[in-house]
Design a protein around this ligand. Structure first.
Ligand code: ZN
Length: 200
């Protein structure tokens, strides 16, 4: 399994990395339920409902070790706080089994596009990089404002790790709202597939 056919677009969707932000599961479900004709012929679609399975079961942001997996990735990892803090980054970069598994998986899969779902800031951060137009189009298709999320410490972030490690790959966070309106999960599912066709 590797992305060695340039005509194929490998798309990876991660529904849940913060275990108490579960709306991405509905987007994954919509993608899974899609008729083959609704998926662009050049797309290989990989669905990961939850990277943080323990957090999902416990309805907790962190994993079972109390680590915020979205601060644990090995690009510009930095120590954040202590066990018990909402953004605890773990003892070292990629200290957590979930992070290690994701690093190995991405190394093998080499997705062209990876979308990570979160809640509930209802936004997508703008980019000044090569994925600027992709994010703008995603925002247009879904109605998400193009705005950054204030108030956190953004080291060891999974989406950033992926795009900085594999510079040909597009990887961004989608912050859904606190809940999904009727039809909104399908709108996001379609947007993921749509922007896969305009990657830089
Ligand atoms: Zn989150």
């Amino acid at each position: 399994m590797s992305d060695d056919d340039p005509a194929r677009i490998v798309v990876l969707v991660v529904g849940v990395i913060h275990g108490n932000e579960q709306a991405g599961l509905d987007v994954v479900d919509e993608l899974r339920a899609m008729a083959p004709d609704d998926i662009p012929a050049n797309v290989d679609l990989y669905l990961m409902p939850a990277l943080n399975v323990d957090g999902l079961v416990m309805n907790k942001r962190q994993n079972a070790n109390g680590v915020d997996l979205n601060r644990n990735f090995p690009y510009k990892w930095g120590p954040i706080a202590q066990l018990g803090n909402w953004e605890y980054a773990g003892p070292s970069g990629a200290s957590e089994p979930e992070t290690q598994a994701m690093v190995a998986y991405v190394e093998e899969l080499r997705p062209d596009l990876t979308v990570w779902f979160h809640q509930d800031a209802f936004s997508i951060a703008p980019s000044t990089g090569p994925d600027k137009l992709v994010r703008e189009e995603y925002a247009r298709l879904t109605g998400l404002p193009l705005e950054g999320v204030p108030g956190g410490t953004y080291t060891g972030v999974a989406a950033t790790w992926l795009r900085r490690t594999y510079e040909d790959d597009t990887s961004f966070i989608v912050e859904l709202g606190s809940s999904l309106a009727t039809g909104e999960a399908l709108t996001h599912a379609r947007a993921v597939l749509s922007v896969s066709q305009i990657l830089p």
